[in-house]
Design a protein around this ligand. Sequence first.
Ligand SMILES: Nc1ncnc2c1ncn2[C@@H]1O[C@H](COP(=O)(O)OP(=O)(O)O)[C@@H](O)[C@H]1O
Ligand SMILES: [Mg+2]
Length: 411
Amino acid sequence: MLLTTGIGLGLITGTTGLATWKLARTDNLALTINSVFAACGLCNRGKDGHNIPWEVKRVVRRENGSRLILRFPYGKTLSDVIGKTEAIMTALGADVAFARDGGYLLMDILQFPLPTFLPYEMRLLELTRGTWRVPVGRSIDGMVMHDFDAYPHLLVAGPTRGGKTVFLKNVIATLHLSHKASEIEFIGVDMKPFSLGFRKFAGVWNQLASTPEQFLAAIRSTYVQMEKRAETLAKANCENVQEYEQTTGERFKRLFLIVDEYGKSFGSDVEDDITSEMLQLTALGAGLGVHVVLCTQRPDAQVIDGKIRANVEAIVCFGAANAIQSRVILGHEGAEDLPDIRGRAIYQTDREIVLQVPYLSDKRLVRMLPNNIPQPVQTGVPNVGETPDKSGNTALKRLQTRSAQVVRLHD
Ligand SMILES: Nc1ncnc2c1ncn2[C@@H]1O[C@H](COP(=O)(O)OP(=O)(O)O)[C@@H](O)[C@H]1O
Ligand SMILES: [Mg+2]
């Protein structure tokens, strides 16, 4: 079976006989290594505070792994890298060995076929602490992270029992444990009837909605907050939260709206309102540190609205029933061919990779979360974002005017 798509995915068969996928492009390994090196503090910083990636001179593929030849950046030595071996091996999920050849680092990575089961490891938190990154899963090129700074919103799609909710729990656990409570806020939307669902993790949520009406109220309640955020950024003369954090050195509080079973809000009286408000939220929220993680098992064009889809540039897809569904989710065929393994997914950004998502049980997550004392969380908060001011403008209206001005300023 060979599958080729416009973006260059190729299907290969791993040593276990299970289908594993491999990107035709080889720059993915270089990117992975550089994100791991950056997390381990092995990259020099540019003037703007960005990590300067190591220059990858060559990648030599071997049967049991790869050798990367990287140029040492100024001031970095072999012992700096060796000192981080443990963290690098954890991140990549592979054994590594280092050597030096003149000004070059030789890095041998012994790779294994994709695991069919991958437990969530607390050690991953060493790589995510203080960042807005979460592990998506292990690919043949190592652990792949989703960075909410690079892609502010995330769509999670796939059939029932594909592993979507488990993945959401990975996201919640990682973000919650990687940050102080003062740095992050969570709004949960879980419309599954008769289930405790997100309520089990009551200690995490600042708000929890379980009906479409509460969901709508929760979205609207964020507009007042977003307006304050826009003012803070304007005062600091910054265009977005990343710029604010880099120039002031201060953390900017992030807000994560995590929606399980998004499709369940359709068919209700407020479905049109929710669609249009989600569109606003995904468009305006990105630069203001407001992130949306949308999860759906309904891969139809109504739920995955074309405009919202354009604002959400990262997708975790746990398979599709057929090629048509795959096209709705990913924009091309192929997801229907994913092997039937729980937690096996395709992660799409401007590139695409197949990976195994770590498994985290509810029981373990409850144990991991400190202070997970069930508290009364707010549901159905009043629509403060809807209250008009003296001139009849709501918080959303003012935000839209402000963002239109910003756009004009930059035209
Ligand atoms: N990453 C994973 N690795 C292994 N098993 C998984 C993984 N994700 C989910 N599962 C198994 O599949 C079941 C359904 O997962 P769930 O996330 O609830 O599916 P969905 O939300 O897509 O319907 C889980 O109870 C678990 O047994
Ligand atoms: Mg689910």
